[in-house]
Write a protein that binds this ligand. Structure first.
Ligand SMILES: Nc1ncnc2c1ncn2[C@@H]1O[C@H](COP(=O)(O)OP(=O)(O)OP(=O)(O)O)[C@@H](O)[C@H]1O
Ligand SMILES: [Mg+2]
Length: 299
């Protein structure tokens, strides 16, 4: 049994001029249990529409979808699903702790079980130090983390995350990526949409690319990216004469050098190194991981 399965799932919208807009076009795909599946695609390709159809927030124009073998038209299919929407709406006057508690109550949780869960989730998403601050004073990255905490409150088996790192800086994004891997380690299944391809590459087992509502490429990330016909060495302390010898050895054995040169670091690596070395020089308050996370006065 798959965590998610869709058959010919289709959604048309009517635009203002009564023109038909295709949101999703006969999508067939499946998410296996305990995998991280990344749904990619340009703006407007149908990623959010797919998630909303799976959640029963939209009714399909055609086709069907199942969650753990149960049709999504049945409310019961959603009892073990957590959702982080594209633009989560939160009550800004509630504190972080009150927000997670509020969503827990909506899921029918009460008493000690709820309080323990709220504390556990605030720790999991790294917001313990800010639990008594109102969301009005939260940064975008902190709001995404609260969004993740609310999606996890009822201990779902399946998580649908629409752009979980939208507006989050590279360090926050890496923290969210680690959290996703941790959740998979806890046996959860995750379907996420993202534009950050490097991160998708690090975190997803399989990906699918949507374009104008159709799946144009799908597969195992490692298989899709492997260039089996090529091989690379990255060396240190290689003198000029040694380089010449290596080149000769490669040619003599029938190989062909496609490119050579100094590997460049990525802008992300450079950003992380600079911020981390600046952080190391500062004394940060307890519970805070970065200067940006330091608690400030309540609004
Ligand atoms: N409620 C709606 N009413 C009318 N058209 C819609 C609606 N929701 C989505 N669409 C249309 O369906 C198509 C797919 O939209 P969707 O939001 O699923 O794209 P997306 O892949 O999530 O894009 P993005 O990367 O910008 O979030 C777009 O053409 C969009 O305009
Ligand atoms: Mg979207």
């Amino acid at each position: 049994m798959h965590a998610i399965e869709t058959r010919s799932l289709t959604k048309h919208f009517r635009s203002t001029w009564r023109r038909r807009v295709v949101g999703l076009d006969h999508l067939n795909f499946a998410v296996r249990e305990n995998e991280v599946y990344g749904l990619l695609g340009p703006n407007g390709s149908g990623k959010s529409t797919t998630l909303k159809l799976i959640l029963g927030l939209y009714r399909p124009s055609e086709g069907e979808a199942e969650i753990f073998g149960m049709g999504v038209e049945r409310t019961a299919s959603r009892t073990r699903v957590g959702y982080l929407p594209e633009n989560p709406y939160f009550y800004r006057y509630l504190t972080g702790e009150e927000t997670v508690r509020f969503f827990g109550r909506l899921c029918g949780m009460r008493g000690r079980r709820l309080e323990e869960k709220v504390a556990e989730l605030l720790a999991l998403v790294g917001l313990e130090a800010h639990r008594h601050r109102r969301l009005a004073g939260y940064s975008k990255g902190m709001l995404q983390r609260i969004g993740l905490a609310q999606a996890l409150v009822h201990d779902p088996r399946l998580l649908l995350l629409d752009e979980p790192t939208a507006g989050v800086d590279p360090i926050g994004s890496i923290e969210i990526r680690d959290l996703i891997l941790k959740l998979r380690g806890m046996g959860k299944t995750l379907l996420l949409c993202s534009h950050l391809l490097d991160q998708v590459q690090d975190v997803c087992d399989r990906i699918g690319i949507l374009h104008y509502g159709k799946m144009i490429l799908e597969g195992d990330v490692k298989d899709l990216l492997a260039r089996r016909e090529q091989f690379q060495f990255i060396c240190e302390d290689l003198t000029d004469p040694a380089r010449t010898k290596v080149r000769e050895a490669i040619r003599a054995s029938g190989g062909r050098i496609v490119s050579e040169g100094n590997p460049a670091t990525t802008l992300e690596q450079l950003f992380l190194q600079s911020v981390r070395s600046a952080d190391r020089g500062k004394a940060v308050a307890s519970g805070a991981t970065r200067p940006v996370d330091l608690p400030t006065a309540q609004p």
